[in-house]
Design a protein around this ligand. Structure first.
Ligand code: GLC
Length: 732
């Protein structure tokens, strides 16, 4: 009996202390104890060295004590190729390939948190194999403008969706002892002037729209690191912003490391005192202007050391940083049980394919032209540069992948008996050092060849969209237009004059206009699907997979229908061209909390396609829905029937609004969703719980969350613009 008692008490001790750590790792208490043992052994120089880069993607350890270096890698979609020690160049190793997973927009479109967990787990296994301790993702910045060059790296316009999809990604990653680094904290919603735009935004919009995904990452996923963003918020750089740091540390209880975006630190004292732990990528050029090590001129390097020695900055700020950094190490490269990972294995590739498949959104399917019948689809013309173009670029989320199945290859493998021709139709032109030059190919001859190719075929599959080049879906610049580039729209119209049987497959990571929409029978949004993109697209086109994706953001009919652009004011986007005294561009988010469908619903502006929208090859009906409030939760129970002829999956979406609220509110906000697979002809009951506290708004006077009493409206549907049941509840 005694043995049993001891066993139980030890187990109880271990399990009660380990907050969300797997049993085989150090507990927080053990980590804190080890930190206190190490701290007194470190010299001042060694402590300061830990707080800044020693190379482009690593920070030093303490060699004499056997404390290892920390290695960081991009990005959210897989482990980036090796970058040089001192510059952004590729090192051109031969062993730095990786599985390329679909972009996070595609993951968000799956509305499947289980896939997010698998995603994070797979990327972490590849990171371990490549010797990386910190993966620089997921990116969760809210989709505010359709022009933002990095929307493809993020998870849409709704803070609840981004939260629910980011948390499992982080948990799946960190269970392997690899740190996620949720980014970019905060308000980095564009690429234009990203290092000097100074965002002004109301507390409500900050708390209700732009911070929730970061808050969920900290409070629900216990994220081990956060990346400060380049921009300013209320006049102070986000990498060392007193207000954001206070929210992060004091309100949310974050115990990890704040890491700059690469070059995000701009001031020693602010970095020391506003919670920055690790400075990366600062743009010093000490390597050429002096023989001294450029890293010594970092804000948290010699200047910091000197300021502490002179007593200008309290050395306690340094010990706080070192504690956070050592904690990050005991969770990663000094974990109790180091894992070794794997890469390029069948499971990872299957995960990439599964996500790409479930992320695909069927936007239009007149007369069920899709799925294609291989028996009657004999001659296919595949038109478009995106049918063959590699999509592994885009800035820091670039990847060197083992393989990349193009849409054309996927279509060929899925229609082996069809006669398939490909014609580019248009060309995007080469990209030289971040500038896309006009194509050397002759546009007329490309168009003529395409019009020839579509003449006597059964079907035209137009694979168009955007590219990962500058001022497209790419870091470092925003798009200049909502339209498809390179003359695609004109080419589509000309093709339709020759052959009306067209399916448009969009390969992109952003909303686009579709002036030809009424004439094109079917449209599929395929995003950037990673190494198995072509197979996922072909699986859907041939019907092996019934599409179940939903749009993670609204597609406006025209740019001015988008909230940020509706003001037609440079102060609202992209910020005032004239810089202020501090040489920054002031930008004011005047749309406030009305972002995305919140704007469309509340201003009655019909989008081209709505948030949460996506068709299926079958049909679903929400036959009934009930709601009740009990034990602090709003519970919605609905019965969904698959009224079509194919098995499929639907996403039940629960939105809540408060028409008589004492504060301005959007008509409705997403507060719950559940994806469910239902066999043809069957029905299923779905239950969605919404904690009452999630109905709160941020009270700017009390600076607290407040749940208003009284009536709320609960909208139950399968898209933000397809509500099947409207129910009422009372919160007292
Ligand atoms: C880049 C990006 C950030 C990336 C970092 C390292 O500028 O903004 O997302 O992780 O620098 O490449």
């Amino acid at each position: 009996m005694k043995q049993l008692f001891i066993a139980v008490s030890v187990f109880a001790l271990a399990s009660c202390c380990s907050n969300q750590q797997s049993a085989d790792q150090w507990t927080d208490a053990e980590i804190d104890q080890k930190i206190e043992e190490i701290l007194p052994q470190l010299s001042l120089d060694e402590k300061v060295a830990l707080c800044h880069a020693q190379s482009k993607f690593s920070t030093p350890g303490v060699a004499r004590l056997g404390i290892p270096e920390l290695w960081y890698s991009d990005g959210p979609h897989g482990v980036r190729m090796e970058i040089n020690w001192d510059d952004w160049g590729h090192s051109h190793w031969t062993n730095d390939t990786a599985t390329a997973f679909p972009v996070l927009t595609s993951l968000a479109a799956s509305f499947n948190p289980d896939l997010a967990f698998e995603y994070g787990n797979a990327v972490a296994e590849e990171a371990l194999y490549r010797g990386k301790d910190v993966m620089l993702g997921p990116g969760v910045n809210i989709y505010r403008s359709p022009l933002n060059g990095r929307n493809f790296e993020y998870m849409g316009e709704d803070p609840y969706l981004a939260s629910v999809m980011a948390v499992p990604y982080i948990k799946g990653m960190q269970q392997n002892g690899v740190a996620a680094c949720v980014k970019h904290f905060a308000l980095n919603n564009q690429e234009t002037w990203r290092t000097t735009v100074d965002v002004q935004v109301s507390d409500r919009a900050l708390r209700e729209i732009y911070l929730p995904a970061f808050e969920a990452a900290v409070r629900e996923a216990n994220v081990w690191s956060v990346m400060g963003s380049y921009n300013l918020y209320n006049g102070q750089h986000c990498c060392h912003n007193a207000k954001l740091n206070s929210i992060l540390r004091n309100e949310w209880g974050f115990d990890g490391c704040v890491i700059t975006d690469w070059g995000g630190a701009t001031d020693t004292k602010e970095s020391a005192e506003n919670g920055l732990d690790i400075e990366m990528g600062t743009w010093t050029n000490g390597l050429t202007s002096s023989t001294a090590n450029a890293y010594d001129s970092y804000y948290l390097a010699k200047p910091y050391l000197e300021a502490i020695k002179k007593g200008e900055i309290d050395s306690k700020t340094l010990d706080a940083k070192v504690r956070n950094i050592l904690r990050l190490m005991f969770r990663t490269n000094m974990a109790k049980n180091i894992k070794h990972g794997r890469k390029g294995n069948a499971e990872h590739i299957q995960t990439a394919l599964n996500i790409a498949r479930e992320g695909i959104v069927l936007l239009k399917n007149d007369n069920e032209v899709l799925p294609l019948d291989a028996k009657t689809t004999k001659k296919i013309a595949v038109i478009g540069e995106n049918a063959t173009r590699s999509m592994m670029g885009g800035g820091s989320s670039e990847l060197k992948t083992f393989h990349e199945v193009s849409p054309l290859e996927g279509i060929k493998s899925h229609f082996p008996n069809a006669q398939i021709v490909h014609s580019m139709g248009y060309a995007s032109g080469p990209e030289i050092y971040g500038h896309v030059l006009p194509s050397r190919l002759n546009a007329d001859s490309l168009q003529k060849a395409a019009l020839e190719a579509v003449k006597d075929v059964d079907l035209v599959i137009f694979v168009g969209g955007l590219t990962k080049a500058h001022e497209q879906d790419c870091e470092g610049g925003d798009r200049r237009s909502l339209d498809l580039p390179f003359g695609q729209n004109e080419l589509v119209e000309k093709i339709l004059d020759v052959n009306k049987n067209m399916i448009f497959v969009l390969v992109d990571g952003n909303a686009v206009t579709m002036p030809w929409l009424d004439k094109v029978p079917a449209v599929v949004e395929a995003w950037y699907g990673g190494c198995e993109a072509g197979n996922a697209i072909a699986d859907v086109l041939c019907g092996d997979v019934n599409p179940s994706g939903k749009l993670p953001y609204s597609f406006p009919v025209k740019l001015e229908d988008n909230a940020a652009h509706s003001f037609a004011s440079e102060e609202v986007y992209p910020g005032l061209a004239a810089v202020d005294a501090a040489n920054n561009h002031k930008e004011t988010y005047k749309e406030d909390i009305l972002v995305g469908y919140r704007w469309h619903d509340t201003k009655n502006i019909k989008p081209l396609f709505a948030f949460g929208y996506g068709l299926s090859y079958t049909t679903f009906e929400i036959q009934k829905a009930d709601v009740k409030v009990a034990s602090g939760k709003v519970n919605v129970k609905a019965t969904i029937a698959n009224t079509g002829k194919r098995d499929g999956a639907e996403v039940l979406q629960v939105y809540v609004g408060k028409p008589d609220s004492k504060v301005a509110r959007a008509v409705k906000e997403l507060k719950g969703f559940k994806k469910i697979s239902i066999a043809a002809g069957a029905s299923a009951e779905v239950s969605v719980d919404v904690p009452v506290e999630k109905l709160a708004f941020w009270n700017e006077e009390s600076q607290k969350w407040e749940v208003e009493k009284g009536k709320y409206v609960v909208y139950v549907g399968t898209s933000s613009d397809n509500i099947a049941h409207t129910l009422e509840i009372n919160i007292n």
